[in-house]
Design a protein around this ligand. Structure first.
Ligand code: MAN
Length: 325
């Protein structure tokens, strides 16, 4: 996630840590009382689901092979990191024990609000924190229960209420995980849920989720989002690309225009086996520079990258869509 703060770009970066290899054992990290500890499990006890996730044969428990926390980086020009913040944001509560991930920052009502993913033995939820200096954070707890990720806040009230886009992940395969809209008067209690985005193209048919918090424009809300194309086999992660759409200003449940993919895995790390999870671009931050947009994204779950888009070119590839089903 990114924000403009005191004339610079502030990045809240997800840092994932993995224990060093130890022959015959798999190290599964978790946070406990503010410290990172590792559970060492014999290799034979572990069934790999993908590079990120294992299942323990004895208990059936699912664990991540890494644990994430968030770090602050400051950049004057948006391209080079000038300084790292002194205090990282690390997992604190039991529902953050396997890590905190994928932050998104929204400036709203005179404060920065951070939605982030909290991972634990209870599943994958979304929590809320706020700050005004990126040095100390106030935690507001979980706002969307498991499984729910890709939560972004709209920076202005709609019809008197705050609005969020969220992405519940149903286990019953009646429909692929997709984006929903919800409303709140205090940012902590959410209701009025309704489906927002349904897949149109094959590239987004496995799942979709919001990218950076939507940008208010003259036309409405510009939302960059990720779409996933199904892989070959059932457990394949699939290919992540990004698209863009515009939501109506007074009724953000209405999608006005929508693009084909505008960002695809392209660098060697993103495309090949050199990344931790190749085939993934995952935008979560946006800086409005007027004629251009800076879009910050996770590349192959390996590094953070930035791309600069011409606003005009992006506008030109978003086509009008027929109204919601
Ligand atoms: C998926 C991926 C990972 C993430 C876990 C838990 O496996 O999105 O990057 O760490 O879910 O959220």
């Amino acid at each position: 996630g990114v924000a403009a703060h005191r004339g610079a770009v502030v990045l809240l970066v997800r840092v994932a840590e993995r224990p060093e290899a130890w022959a015959g054992w798999v190290g599964l990290p978790r946070w406990s009382e503010g410290r990172l500890v590792t559970d060492w499990v014999p290799e034979a006890e572990v069934q790999w689901i993908d590079p990120r996730v294992v299942r323990l044969r004895s208990t059936g428990q699912v664990r991540l092979t890494f644990a994430s926390h968030l770090r602050i980086a400051r950049s004057a020009d948006g391209f080079h990191v000038d300084a790292w913040g002194a205090t990282p944001l690390v997992p604190q509560s039991p529902w953050e024990e396997y890590g905190i991930e994928d932050p998104r920052i929204t400036w709203l009502d005179g404060r920065y609000w951070v939605t982030y993913v909290a991972v634990s033995r209870w599943g994958v939820a979304t929590a809320l924190a706020s700050t005004d200096d990126f040095e100390s954070f106030h935690r507001h707890g979980i706002i969307f229960a498991p499984e729910n990720k890709d939560v972004v806040l709209l920076s202005e009230r709609v019809g008197g209420r705050w609005a969020a886009i969220h992405r519940p992940a149903p286990a019953t395969p009646l429909g692929p995980p997709g984006m929903w809209l919800a409303f709140s008067s205090d940012l902590e209690h959410w209701g009025g849920h309704r489906p927002l985005v349904w897949p149109l193209g094959h590239w987004e048919s496995a799942r979709t989720g919001a990218g950076p918090p939507p940008l208010r424009t003259a036309e409405g809300w510009l939302l960059i989002y990720h779409g996933v194309a199904p892989g070959q086999r059932p457990h394949d992660i699939g290919r992540y690309q990004a698209g863009a759409l515009v939501l109506s200003a007074d009724n953000p449940a209405r999608v006005l225009r929508r693009s084909r993919p505008v960002l695809a895995p392209q660098t060697e790390t993103e495309e090949e086996e050199r990344g931790f999870v190749p085939g993934v671009v995952f935008p979560t931050g946006l800086v409005d520079r007027g004629e251009t947009l800076l879009v910050y994204y996770g590349a192959a779950d390996t590094c953070t990258a930035v791309v600069e888009w011409s606003r005009q070119e992006l506008e030109a590839v978003m086509e009008p869509v027929a109204s919601a089903p």
